[in-house]
Design a protein around this ligand. Sequence first.
Ligand SMILES: [Zn+2]
Length: 323
Amino acid sequence: MTPYVDSHCHVTTSIEPKSIRLPNVPFQCCIMSNNGYDWWKLVNSPVADANTKLGFGVHPWYSHLYYLSEDGTSPSKEAHYRSILQGPREAELNRIILRLPEPKNLVSYIDANFSTTSCDCIGEIGLDKLFRLPENGFYQGDDTAPLSRVKVKMDHQVKVFVQMCQLAVKHSLPVSLHCVKAPNQMFELCQTHLLPHKGINICLHSYTGSVETLTGAWLKNFPRERLFLSISSYVNFKNLESASKLLQALPLECILTETDFTWDTSSENDIQEALDFVLSRITHEHDLPSVERAKEIVYANFRRFVEGGDVSTPASDSMYNVH
Ligand SMILES: [Zn+2]
């Protein structure tokens, strides 16, 4: 039987270093890390097996926890956060800075933690124009706080994103991308930093851009065999109609399935149900003979995504009934 594929999922971000337990399922998955807390959990928990791929990333929601030093010096905590955060109320900004941890040098973080033996993918990384910091400084699964009006400046998000793209290029690793309300900027950055490098596959996870941007920018410029969209019931199917249009516009060879769930707090049943739903919609929108066929296609796509652009690809128009 073909295994299920969850090409983009997570572990809960929490400050406390404790190892985690994941549901013991024979699914193929790629678990992202959004920050150093997640990465610590992934490498200190019994999660590694042949079915589990690990992503090393700095998500835009945590990009402020890292600094890039152009001249080799370390900024003070206060100077770093003041230079990259913006908010309409000084008092609120001050309160948040007090609660934030000492920022980390991104290059040192990568050097100390990244290795090609433990890491299969760069993710989750990206850009987010909408998000605001919670009052406790950053999103934590076990410590929620109301949202503030403080944001991370886009130019800082871009610097962190580009640094992570360069890491992907250096090691020929696929990338899993988050993009909210920055479609042109994201496309242009990927065109500059990733497209010229043949071994780099990209996955637009829970893509919320327009179908026009998908077909007019992404599908027009990126080779189809290097471009993937992983579809979730959680994000994409909040709106059935737009999700259907997206699936129809997407060649079968580019489709992946994902949950975007934190696997350490999800049951096998929740995960399977979410993936089954997306598979049934793929089957429907592409007139496939069975859900099993959709599963086979997604599985083949996932193998190509994680194994890199150098692997000869089984995908062709004769194999898939491409719309
Ligand atoms: Zn995610």
